[in-house]
Design a protein around this ligand. Structure first.
Ligand SMILES: Nc1ncnc2c1ncn2[C@@H]1O[C@H](COP(=O)(O)OP(=O)(O)OP(=O)(O)O)[C@@H](O)[C@H]1O
Length: 653
């Protein structure tokens, strides 16, 4: 089919009558196939045929003038055997015999189709041979196919062989570009026309936004395509009506084709110039829209977003680029970001990937790659602070102070990871918070209870719909420094599912030997976690995976005795609750005996959470009375009455 000199189309072609648009050689268009005749072409040639030849169709545009672009074609009955073809039927070389044949057979077929076949074949015998590169079928709202067809060359129908079930004709190939490319000297006028057309095309492309991929591609095509093909290619791309496209299609002679297309190109350039005068480029203009720049534009000039010095502050892409460069990220991350930024600049904003890439870049610039707080560690102050915050917990506090002391002596201490194990409410989380305070670091709690997807820890790959970074990277973004205290709460409650084992993902996070190059799936570049101080808490070690447990130093936090609870209540819980409820110590005093009673009769726990809730209930009751202006009398000591009300059984005193 393709000879060495150019395209050679088969001499017999099935005909596809199109109502929408005009296919020009060198362009690709979508054609909707609804009519029975065209459906038949698709079924018997495209869907059944297996050779490349069977995918070549003769595409006959069926629109003669703009008024009829979208309307049904003129009635058939005008064409009687003895009636000559109308004036408009320029290129028709139907013999009266052929017209008769068409008339006889078409009168038995549905009118609109008959009209299409007759009028197209009779009035416009020039079409474009096209290669069907894609066929998509659908049954909704009614059965139809959508074809993606690339135009190859012009042809003329010389004889209609049959029209049922679809039209097949003997055709004569009209475009033979090889005659221009194979050394035959062009005459002077044609040479000049070609050169002028090429210059105009360059000017047009130079006025468009080079960051749009299709424009960049078009710029390349201008140099790589034979110049004789340019009128067809550009007429298909620029804003032209179907009538104009039909005129280009009718122009079999190359010189005539250049003459017809050049004014269309010039008109487009003038239109763009006008736009340039009336519109000032705005930073958030859709990048697909032609970017009209100041001053004359020279062919082949490359634009970059940084050129607009005066608009740089407003240009969010330039701002993003500046942020990327200022984020002080390590070399691999910077490399990835610059690559993504380059892609983003070329992407139309409407593409779903645009938002994804932008979010990614925004996260990358927000991450604290090198930002950290300086530790203000003073062991004596730390001891005082820990004692002030927590009563009892001697063993835990001692171990924490040892840990902090070693850290003070060796700032680059790797591990161990402390894991506080004990019943609920014994102060594990609040000790973690105190450690952050003593170190002067940011604190972030990551609740791992119920997490059963490893992407929760490691993030999703960016190819995944709705992808996000994992909790570690999110935490770093929240605190904004790379050396916070991360409290991994409830590590014993990690789940396991088909989506992977989050405990396994935590291994890398907690291993001091590996976590300097922790790679979140979303970021896809390593982030150094070695400065982060991890503390884990758990209620039991039995459900912590052994490999994870092995990386941590377990510190048992046993429950409190009754006396310890009373002390904790009076030193911490009651003052805290009073403050929370806006009460003063003068308004509510709870005697130690009452606290004892609340603990023994209204709580049953190792920690102090329930005790704190009961104290909270007393405070609420007192708050109501204070708000009502009630004067407290000894007889209705709130500690007694409200504790009884807050609990399930009366105090029994
Ligand atoms: N020794 C203590 N001194 C002062 N307050 C304490 C002490 N122990 C616990 N608390 C208080 O008890 C409450 C619960 O503590 P926290 O949330 O730290 O418990 P937890 O051990 O982390 O529990 P869970 O295992 O359920 O997470 C907090 O308000 C905390 O301040």
């Amino acid at each position: 089919m393709a000879s060495h000199g150019g395209i050679q189309i088969p001499s017999r072609l099935p005909l596809l009558l199109t109502h929408e648009g005009v296919l020009l050689p060198g362009s690709t268009t979508r054609v909707s196939v609804h009519s029975a005749r065209n459906m038949q072409v698709v079924r018997s040639r495209l869907l059944k045929g297996t050779s490349l030849k069977s995918t070549i169709l003769g595409v006959i545009p069926n629109t003669r003038d703009p008024e009829h672009d979208t309307q049904e074609l003129p009635a058939l009955h005008r064409y009687e055997t003895d009636v000559p073809c109308p004036e408009s039927c320029r290129s028709c070389d139907c013999s009266p015999k052929l017209k008769g044949l068409l008339f006889v057979s078409l009168t038995t077929t549905p009118l609109s189709e008959s009209e299409s076949a007759h009028s197209a074949l009779c009035c416009l015998s020039i079409g474009t041979a096209g290669l069907a590169v894609q066929v998509v079928g659908s049954n909704w709202p009614k059965p139809h196919y959508t074809l993606l067809i690339t135009g190859l060359c012009r042809f003329r129908v010389t004889q209609l062989l049959r029209e049922r079930p679809f039209a097949v004709a003997i055709v004569e190939q009209l475009d033979r570009l090889e005659q221009y490319t194979e050394g035959q000297p062009l005459d002077r006028e044609l040479r000049e026309l070609t050169q002028n057309f090429y210059q105009a095309a360059l000017q047009l492309v130079g006025m468009l936004d080079m960051s749009v991929p299709v424009v960049a591609k078009l710029r390349q095509l201008l140099d790589s395509l034979p110049r004789e093909t340019l009128p067809d290619v550009l007429a298909a791309m620029i804003r032209t009506s179907n009538t104009e496209k039909l005129q280009v299609l009718d122009a079999v002679d190359l010189q005539e084709r250049f003459k017809k297309t050049l004014p269309m190109l010039t008109r487009q350039i003038e239109g763009l110039k006008l736009l340039q005068k009336t519109r000032k480029p705005r930073p958030d203009d859709d990048k697909r829209v032609l970017a009209i720049r100041k001053g004359g534009v020279f062919p082949g000039r490359q634009f970059s977003l940084e050129e607009d010095g005066e608009d740089e502050d407003g240009d969010d892409m330039a701002v993003l680029e500046r942020k990327v460069k200022e984020a002080a990220m390590p070399e691999p991350a910077l490399h990835v970001c610059l690559k993504e930024l380059k892609r983003l600049k070329k992407m139309p904003q409407s593409m779903p990937e645009y938002a994804l890439t932008r979010n990614y870049l925004e996260l990358m610039v927000e991450l604290p790659w090198t930002k950290s707080t300086s530790d203000c560690l003073d062991i004596r102050a730390a001891r005082v602070l820990l004692d002030n915050d927590h009563y009892a917990l001697e063993k835990l506090k001692r171990r924490v102070l040892e840990y902090l002391a070693v850290r003070q002596l060796r700032s680059t201490l790797k591990g161990p990871i402390l894991c506080f194990v004990g019943p609920p409410g014994v102060g594990k989380t609040s000790v973690g918070r105190s450690i952050a305070r003593t170190l002067g670091r940011e604190f972030h709690r990551i609740a791992l209870g119920g997490v059963c997807d490893q992407s929760d820890v490691r993030g999703h790959r960016r190819t995944y719909v709705g992808s996000m970074p994992g909790r570690i990277i999110n935490g770093l973004k929240t605190v904004g420094v790379n050396n916070p205290v991360f409290l991994l709460d409830e590590v014993d409650k990690l789940g396991k599912s088909l989506q992977g084992d989050p405990a396994a993902a935590l291994l890398e996070v907690l291993d001091p030997e590996q976590n300097h190059s922790f790679t979140d799936h979303y970021l896809n570049v390593p982030f150094d976690l070695s400065q982060v101080l991890f503390i884990a808490t758990a209620n039991t070690t039995s459900t912590i995976p052994p490999a994870l447990l092995d990386r941590m130093e377990v510190i048992q936090v046993p429950g409190y005795t009754q006396e310890e609870k009373v002390e904790i209540a009076h030193r911490h819980l009651i003052p805290h609750q009073l403050e929370q409820h806006g009460l003063t110590p003068q308004q509510l005093q709870i005697p130690q005996d009452t606290t004892h009673e609340i603990i023994s009769k209204y709580t049953r726990e190792a920690g102090v959470r329930s005790l704190e809730r009961k104290i909270g209930a007393i405070c609420r009751a007192v708050a109501v009375k204070v708000a009502e202006g009630h004067k407290m009398s000894k007889a209705e000591s709130p500690g007694e009455t409200e504790a009884g009300r807050a609990g399930t059984t009366p105090l029994g005193r």
